[in-house]
Design a protein around this ligand. Structure first.
Ligand code: HEC
Length: 169
């Protein structure tokens, strides 16, 4: 085999490997697939990241109401992820079977999620409704209505956490 041929074969092999890696990453990033990932911690970390994001967004919204003059534009910006997450198939993608507490899994999700799935799904439905109501209030520009909707949304977070998330120390 000539040197030239050798290199072109090598290059093609490298290219093939590169494509495989790209496909692997794309597959990993796809929520539907990572939900069924062999490693449950991939899913657990994804949902914890999502909840952290929701927590930061909700704090941003609430902080506005601690100011003497809440700024509606800021409330609108911070509330965006809250609406976006409400449109995700969170139950399916974030809480597949086998991602509860167990060997090698660090999670605050309680086993009762998978024992009472209908109740858990109902708490998520409460959240979806709260996110839609908050969105309507924000769009209307009514600050007092928005304040009330934010309070209601807070109740849906704790309404789920009280039963389905391990209590923090
Ligand atoms: C339907 C149930 C449900 C609703 C509604 C819900 N959560 Fe959670 N949340 C959970 C569960 C379960 C966990 C634990 C996830 C884990 O550790 O795997 C969690 C974890 C969290 C965490 C910790 C993430 C981390 O690992 O650091 C934050 C922050 C959080 N939620 C904020 C919120 C906020 C803010 C809302 C409302 C705007 C909300 N959640 C609504 C179920 C819910």
């Amino acid at each position: 085999m000539s040197a030239g041929m050798y290199f072109s074969v090598r290059r093609r092999a490298d290219l093939a490997r590169y494509h495989l890696i790209t496909i692997a990453i794309a597959v990993l990033l796809s929520p539907a697939v990572s939900a069924q990932s062999a490693d449950p911690m991939v899913t657990v970390e994804m949902r914890q990241q999502g909840f952290k994001d929701m927590g930061a967004a909700f704090k941003g919204v609430r902080d506005q109401f601690r100011r003497s003059r809440p700024v509606m534009v800021m409330i609108r910006e911070y509330s965006r992820p809250l609406l976006r997450y409400s449109r995700e198939p969170v139950i399916e993608n974030w809480f597949p079977q086998g991602t509860g507490p167990g060997e090698g899994i660090e999670t605050e999700a309680l086993p009762v999620i998978w024992e009472r799935p209908d109740e858990f799904a109902a708490r998520w439905e409460d959240y979806i409704l709260a996110a839609e109501n908050l969105q309507s209030a924000v769009v209307s520009g009514d600050l007092e209505a928005t304040r009330e909707r934010v309070r209601e949304m807070g109740d849906t977070c704790s309404g789920c956490h009280d039963t389905f998330r391990e209590e923090e120390d």
